[in-house]
Design a protein around this ligand. Structure first.
Ligand code: NAD
Ligand code: IPM
Ligand code: MN
Length: 369
C-alpha cells in the first residue's frame, strides 16, 4: 500500500520557520516508527502571490483536494497590506477552507501544567483546563452575499452578510454533539439570538438536533458575548463549545491566551468523509504569520507540531502516536524549555524555534526507551 499523503503549505512569516520543526517530527515518524508519509510542499498566501500573482494557484488547490491531509503554517504580512482584497494572502486560506468544504474547525485549548503559572489569569482558573471550541468555518459573515464596498450618495458603505442555512447549522451541530460524546458529554452552543435572526435559527436548529439525535448530551445555549465573559471568568465550566465562523474566530483567540500563548494552539479543519472514510482535512496553528518576530528564530513551533498530532489522530488513524507526540510536548515544557512567548518577566533565557523542535524530537526518542 502507498504511504499516506501530506501536502505542506508553509506560507508566510513564521509559517516556514515552524514548519521546519514539524518536518523534523514527520521525519522522526518515518525513521523511528515506520510511519512514512508522501510529503509534497507548495506555496500559499503571500509566498504564492509573489510567484504566481495569486495567493493560491489552481494546481495547489487541486493537489489539496487529492491528498489525505493538508498542513498549513500561516499566511499574511504587512508587505501585502497594499494588495487588492481579492489577492490578499488570507484569501488563499479562505479558498482552501471553502473549496474543500471544511465546515468544522476544531480548536482545542488545553493548559499544560507547566504553563499554568504563565497565563494572564490566576493559576486555579486555568490549571487542568481542557476545552474544545468547534468553529463553523465555511459560511456565516465570512462568505455571505451581498458583500463589498459600494457607493451610496456621496459616501461609501462596507457590506458583509451573516447568513446560515439550516443544513449548514445542522452539520456543524452534529460535529459538536459527536465531539461531546467522545469527551464530557456536554455541549454549549453560542450565538446572539437576542439580536440576530441567524442566531435565532442557529439556536433552534442546534436544539432540534440535540432533542432528536443526541438526547444523551447535555446541551446549553449562551449569547456569545456572555460566553466570552464566562470563558475568562471560569473556563472550566465548558467542555465542547460550538459556534459560528466569526464568534469562533474571536473566542478561540481568547481561549488561546488561557493556555499561555497563541503559539500553543493547534487546529483541525474537517469536512465530509472521503472515499477512505477519513474526513477531508486541513491542519494549521491558530496563530498567524507573526510579522513582529518573523525571521528571528523566536517563534514557538508547538502549535504547528500539535496540529500535526491532530492530523495523526483525525486523518491517519494514529491516535496512540498523536498521544505520544502530545506527551513529548508536555515533557519538554515540564523540563523547562520555553520559547520567548512563554517567558514573560521570568528573566530566563528563551530557547529558539529550532531548539524547541529538537527538544520535542529528543522527547520522542526518550518515549521509545
Ligand atoms: P498573529 O497570530 O500573527 O500574532 C499575534 C501575536 O502573537 C504577535 O505578537 C505574535 O508575535 C504572537 N505570536 C503568534 N504566533 C506565535 C508563535 N508561534 N510564537 C510566538 N509568538 C507568536 O496575529 P496578527 O498579528 O493579528 O496577524 C498577522 C498576520 O497573520 C495578518 O496578516 C493576519 O491576517 C495573519 N493571520 C493568519 C492566520 C493564519 O494563517 N491562519 C491566522 C491569524 C492571522
Ligand atoms: C484564523 C485567522 C483567519 C480567520 C484569517 C487569517 C483568514 O484569523 O484562522 O483564525 O479569520 O479565519
Ligand atoms: Mn483568527
Amino acid at each position: 500500500m502507498s504511504n499516506p499523503s501530506l501536502l505542506i503549505l508553509p506560507g508566510d512569516g513564521i509559517g516556514p520557520e515552524v514548519m521546519t520543526e514539524v518536518r523534523k517530527i514527520i521525519d522522526w515518524y518515518g525513521t523511528k516508527r515506520d510511519l512514512a508519509f508522501d510529503v509534497s510542499e507548495d506555496l500559499v498566501g503571500g509566498a504564492a502571490y509573489d510567484k504566481h500573482g495569486t495567493p493560491l494557484h489552481d494546481d495547489t488547490m487541486a493537489k489539496a483536494q487529492e491528498v489525505d491531509a493538508v498542513l498549513l503554517g500561516a499566511v499574511g504580512g504587512p508587505k501585502y497590506d497594499v494588495l487588492d482584497f481579492s489577492v490578499k494572502p488570507e484569501r488563499g486560506l479562505l479558498r482552501l477552507r471553502k473549496e474543500m468544504d471544511l465546515y468544522a474547525n476544531l480548536r482545542p485549548a488545553q493548559c499544560f501544567d507547566a504553563l499554568a503559572d504563565f497565563s494572564s489569569l490566576k493559576k486555579n482558573v486555568v490549571a487542568g483546563l481542557d476545552i474544545m471550541i468547534i468553529r463553523e468555518l465555511t459560511s456565516g459573515v465570512y462568505f455571505g452575499e451581498p458583500r463589498g464596498i459600494i457607493k451610496e450618495g456621496n459616501e461609501r458603505v462596507g457590506i458583509n452578510t451573516q447568513r446560515y442555512t439550516e443544513s449548514e447549522i445542522e452539520r456543524v451541530a452534529r460535529s459538536g454533539f459527536e465531539m461531546a460524546r467522545k469527551r464530557g458529554n456536554k455541549l454549549c452552543s453560542m450565538e446572539k439570538a437576542n439580536v440576530m435572526e441567524s442566531g435565532v435559527l442557529w439556536r433552534e436548529v442546534v436544539q432540534r438536533i440535540g432533542d432528536t439525535e443526541y438526547p444523551d448530551v447535555e446541551l446549553s445555549h449562551m449569547y456569545a458575548d456572555a460566553g466570552a465573559m464566562q470563558l475568562t471568568r471560569w473556563p472550566k465550566q465548558f467542555d465542547v463549545i460550538v459556534t459560528d465562523n466569526l464568534f469562533g474566530d474571536l473566542l478561540s483567540d481568547l481561549a488561546a491566551m488561557l493556555t499561555g500563548s497563541l503559539g500553543m494552539l493547534p487546529s483541525a479543519s474537517l469536512g465530509a468523509p472521503m472515499a477512505n472514510g477519513r474526513p477531508k482535512a486541513l491542519y494549521e496553528p491558530v496563530h498567524g504569520s507573526a510579522p513582529d518576530i518573523a525571521g528571528q528564530g523566536k517563534a514557538n513551533p508547538i502549535a504547528c507540531i500539535l496540529s500535526f498530532a491532530m492530523a495523526l489522530r483525525y486523518s491517519f488513524d494514529q491516535g496512540d502516536e498523536a498521544t505520544r507526540l502530545e506527551q513529548a510536548v508536555e515533557k519538554v515544557l515540564a523540563d523547562g524549555y520555553r520559547t520567548a512567548d512563554l517567558l514573560g518577566e521570568e528573566g530566563r533565557s528563551p530557547v529558539s524555534t529550532s531548539e524547541m523542535g529538537d527538544a520535542v524530537v529528543a522527547a520522542l526518542d526518550a518515549s521509545l526507551s
